[in-house]
Design a protein around this ligand. Structure first.
Ligand code: ATP
Ligand code: MG
Ligand code: MG
Length: 548
C-alpha cells in the first residue's frame, strides 16, 4: 500500500512522542449540543478520533454545553448516535457543565491573584471600551476594585443577586493589547436560565474562553484541535492556563471544511428545518450525518471522504463530487443489483405462452467474489422504461426501436415488431417476439443486440415509491451570495416517483441493505416505509449509464 504523508498535526504529534513529551496523546471532540452534526464535524471527528487510533492514547467526547439557552438533550443523543455510527468510540463522555464548580473555583483564584474583576458595565459599554485594532481600548472604571469587593460581588452574582446582563467577570489583562481578545475579556456572564444538566443551580455561566481550555486541562487533553477562527483565542487559552497553573493543554488549529452546493453551519441548517425548506434534520438532502445516513451513505464512504480531503491550514471549498465519488466506490462493492422500472411501458411478448412463468437467475453483485444469485420471474408481459424505446430513433440509440433487438438483462433477446397506440397516438404497448435459447450460456446467447435493458414482469412487480435527490442549492457557495442564502435553494432538489415497479426480491428489503437499481443509481430503503409500501431513497446516481 502507498505511504501516505503525515499531515501537519501528525507531524507535531510524532515529534512530541519522539521527544518523550507525552507517552500517550489525548484528544477530544467538543460539539456544542445545539444542532445535529454535519459533514464539517465529520472531518473534525475523523481527525480527532483518527489520531488516537493511529497513536497511543484516547479521545473524549465532550459536550460544550456552557450556553444554557440553545442546548437540548435531543441534540446530545443525536451526536452520540452519529459519532458511533461513523465508527468511533470515545473513552469518556464528558460535559463542560460537569466542571462548572471547578471553573468557578478557577475564577475565584484569578480574582484572588488580582487577575479578574467584576464589571458593572453593560455589554454595549464593554464593547465600546474595547477600542479598535489601531486604537487602544479604555479601562473600565470598575477595573481597580479591591480583591475583597470582587470576591464579594462575584459571590453575589452566583447567588442570583443581580439581573441578567448587569455585571460580568472580566480578566484583567491589558486594554492596549494588540490582540483584541486580550483586552480584558469577559469570563463570566449572568444568565438566569435553566440548564439541561445542571438545572437551576447556576445563574452565571462561563464564556467559551473560560470553559474550553479549562475543560481541556481538566481532562489532560494533550492536543486540543479546533478550527482556524480560534487562532486569536490561543493567546488567551495559554494565558488562563498559565495564570491558573493548571495542566498545560495545547491548542492547534486546522481549516474549517466547507463543501460546495450546501451549507455547513448549524445555525443555517436549523433555519432550513424551522422554516420547512426540508422536512427534518435528517432530511436526506441535508449535509448532516443523520441525513446522509438516511440517504444511504455508508460510514466507510464518509471516513474515506474525510481522509481524502485531509487536514488543511487554509480554508478552501471541497467539491461535493468527491463525496459522491467515495460513496459510489463503496456502494459499487457492496450493493445488491436489482431491477426497478420508474416510468413503464408495457411489452407483450406475443410468442411467449400466456400463463407461462420462468425463473431466471441473476447475479446479486458482479463485484462480489462469493457469487450469489436471485431468481427473477419472467413472463409474457413485462415493463421496460418508457425512455428505453423510441419509435423513430437516431442512429446511436442503443435501446429498443421497431425492428431492433435488445437483451433483457439476465433473460431473452427480444425484437420489437409493432407499436400499439391509443386514439390520441400515445404508445400503450409494444408487441415483441423473443429469440428462443438466447439466455446467457444458451446457443443463441451471442446474438448481436443494440443494448441491454432492465425490466420487470408485470404480474410479479412490486409497486414502490422512489425519492430522487439533487443538490439542495443551485449555487456553489450559497452563503457568499447576495441576499439570504435560502434564496438559492434548488427547487428541484426532491423528485418523487409515486409508483415505480420493482422486481419481487425487493419485497424483503431491510434497512441498511444497499442496492444498485440497474442503470438508475444506488438506493436504500427510507424510514418513511410503512405497511402501505416501500419507499427508496436514491443515495447517488451511477457515474456512467450502466452499459452491459
Ligand atoms: P457550526 O458553525 O456549524 O455551529 P461549530 O464549530 O459551532 O459549528 P461545534 O459544535 O462547536 O460547532 O463544533 C464541534 C467541533 O467540530 C469543533 O471542534 C469545531 O471546530 C468542529 N467543526 C465544526 N464545523 C466544522 C467544519 N466545517 N470543518 C471542520 N471542523 C468543524
Ligand atoms: Mg460552536
Ligand atoms: Mg458556530
Amino acid at each position: 500500500s502507498e505511504e501516505k504523508s503525515l499531515n501537519f498535526i501528525e507531524e507535531i504529534i510524532e515529534e512530541d512522542l519522539r521527544k518523550g513529551n507525552y507517552k500517550e496523546i489525548v484528544t477530544r471532540f467538543p460539539p456544542e449540543p445545539n444542532g445535529y452534526l454535519h459533514l464539517g464535524h465529520a472531518s473534525s471527528i475523523c481527525l480527532n478520533f483518527g489520531l488516537t487510533k493511529k497513536y497511543p492514547g484516547y479521545t473524549n467526547l465532550r459536550f460544550d454545553d456552557t450556553n444554557p439557552t440553545t442546548e437540548e438533550t435531543e441534540y446530545v443523543d443525536s451526536i452520540k448516535e452519529d459519532v458511533k455510527w461513523l465508527g468511533f468510540e470515545w473513552k469518556n463522555e464528558r460535559y463542560a457543565s460537569d466542571y462548572f464548580d471547578t471553573m468557578y473555583d478557577y475564577a475565584v483564584s484569578l480574582i484572588k491573584k488580582g487577575l479578574a474583576y467584576v464589571d458593572d458595565s453593560t455589554s454595549e459599554e464593554i464593547a465600546a471600551m474595547k477600542g479598535t485594532p489601531t486604537e487602544h481600548g479604555k479601562e473600565s472604571s470598575y477595573r481597580n476594585r479591591s480583591i475583597e469587593e470582587n470576591l464579594d460581588l462575584f459571590d453575589q452574582m452566583k447567588q442570583g443577586a443581580f439581573p441578567d446582563g448587569s455585571r460580568t467577570l472580566r480578566a484583567k489583562i491589558d486594554m492596549a493589547h494588540v490582540n483584541m481578545l486580550m483586552r480584558d475579556p469577559v469570563l463570566y456572564r449572568i444568565k438566569h436560565a435553566h440548564h439541561h444538566r445542571t438545572g437551576d443551580k447556576w445563574c452565571i455561566y462561563p464564556m467559551y474562553d473560560m470553559a474550553h481550555g479549562q475543560s481541556d486541562s481538566i481532562e489532560q487533553v494533550t492536543h486540543s484541535i479546533c478550527t482556524l477562527e480560534f487562532v486569536p483565542h490561543r493567546e488567551l487559552y495559554d494565558w488562563l492556563i498559565e495564570k491558573l497553573e493548571i495542566y498545560p493543554s495545547h491548542q492547534y488549529e486546522f481549516a474549517r471544511r466547507n463543501i460546495n452546493y450546501t451549507v455547513t453551519s448549524k445555525r443555517k441548517l436549523l433555519q432550513l428545518v424551522n422554516e420547512r425548506y426540508v422536512t427534518s434534520w435528517d432530511d436526506p438532502r441535508m449535509p448532516t450525518i443523520s441525513g446522509l445516513r438516511r440517504r444511504g451513505y455508508t460510514p466507510e464512504s464518509i471516513r474515506d471522504f474525510c481522509d481524502r480531503i485531509g487536514v488543511a491550514k487554509r480554508e478552501n471549498m471541497v467539491d461535493v463530487g468527491l463525496l459522491e465519488f467515495c460513496v459510489r466506490e463503496h456502494l459499487n462493492k457492496i450493493a445488491l443489483r436489482r431491477m426497478v422500472v420508474f416510468d413503464p411501458v408495457k411489452i407483450i411478448i406475443t410468442d411467449y405462452p400466456e400463463g407461462q412463468l420462468e425463473m431466471v437467475p441473476s447475479e446479486d453483485n458482479p463485484e462480489d467474489e462469493n457469487k450469489t444469485y436471485r431468481d427473477i420471474p419472467f413472463s409474457r408481459e413485462i415493463y421496460i422504461e418508457r425512455e428505453d424505446f423510441m419509435e423513430d430513433p437516431p442512429k446511436k440509440f442503443f435501446r429498443l426501436a421497431p425492428g431492433q433487438m435488445v437483451r433483457l438483462k439476465s433473460a431473452y433477446v427480444i425484437k420489437c415488431d409493432e407499436v400499439i397506440k391509443d386514439d390520441l397516438g400515445n404508445i400503450i404497448a409494444l408487441h415483441c417476439t423473443h429469440i428462443p435459447n438466447s439466455k446467457t450460456g444458451e446457443a443463441n446467447a451471442n446474438i448481436k443486440v443494440k443494448g441491454t435493458l432492465h425490466w420487470v414482469s408485470i404480474l410479479h412487480a412490486v409497486p414502490v415509491e422512489i425519492r430522487l435527490y439533487d443538490r439542495l442549492f443551485k449555487v456553489e457557495d450559497p452563503s457568499s451570495e447576495e441576499g439570504d442564502f435560502k434564496e438559492y435553494i434548488n427547487p428541484d432538489s426532491l423528485q418523487i416517483i409515486k409508483t415505480a415497479y420493482a422486481e419481487p426480491a425487493l419485497k424483503t428489503s431491510k434497512f441498511n441493505d444497499r442496492y444498485q437499481f440497474l442503470r438508475k443509481g444506488y438506493f436504500m430503503l427510507d424510514k418513511d416505509t410503512s405497511e402501505e409500501g416501500l419507499i427508496f431513497n436514491r443515495t447517488v446516481t451511477l457515474k456512467d449509464t450502466w452499459a452491459k
